[in-house]
Design a protein around this ligand. Sequence first.
Ligand SMILES: C[S@@+](CC[C@H](N)C(=O)[O-])C[C@H]1O[C@@H](n2cnc3c(N)ncnc32)[C@H](O)[C@@H]1O
Length: 267
Amino acid sequence: MSDAWSAVAAGYLEHWVPRFRPFLLEAVDALAARALDLGPLAVPGCGPGEEVLALRRRLPGREVVAMDPSAPMLALLRARAADDPAVRVLEGAAEDLPARVSGAGGVLSCFTLQLLERPLEALAAWARAAAPGAPLVVLFWPRQAPDTAWGRLRPVIEAEAGAWRDDHEPATRAGLPALGLDLLEDRPVRRPMRHPSPEAAWDRLVDAGSLQGLARRVTPDALARCRARWLGDHGLTHEPAGDAEGHGPWVHAPEARLWVLRGGPRR
Ligand SMILES: C[S@@+](CC[C@H](N)C(=O)[O-])C[C@H]1O[C@@H](n2cnc3c(N)ncnc32)[C@H](O)[C@@H]1O
């Protein structure tokens, strides 16, 4: 999976990071609002590190340890944080965090949990890397409502490629107590997101985002049929005025989920 993310790293930073920024800032605020333990802040699945840079601005006294399995993603973050000795960049998957970090004052993970095969194992690992009682802020994409632009991706993909990603959220939520994790906050984060055209909205998912994995699994013809079906009923709304950032006139408002968790005292 990290091969697909490595292939899209530069495009992800250019296209998706500006659109995800309002969501990431909400997660950074949620962590900053909590009482943090003394250790460094850990950011597993950091990608090109927008939330890492935002954390450094928001909490300037804190060291941030950023980790991701994709070397190209980390190269982007190293370049972006080159002048900042308080950003430590490590290569590793979600479960590797406790081998490299202990006593983290807090953990922040953005838009990675929904990609993982075993999200509960990742959460357990992040809790082990944190100081007892330190907060874990986890932002992820839940299953999108079927009548929304991103919710309409599922049927067009499943028509060509079979069942597409389970909805991990109910089982993950149900498994939290067994990990000793308290869910302190559980709320939706909805923000408008704009694209130059419906075609660009699909194409950037494929060549710069989460559909790169699909593009590697199906034939080019099957991918083209998915694209045509989604473009036939994409659910984006046209607002010719666009927005101040110049992201484009085609808008939707995807819904992310923000969890704030706290681990209990270590046994
Ligand atoms: C959607 S990007 C999110 C990046 C960044 N956190 C953000 O919100 O912009 C998903 C990231 O998860 C990383 N990833 C993929 N598999 C992973 C794993 N097993 N453990 C941790 N991160 C993983 C990818 O390399 C990629 O950088």
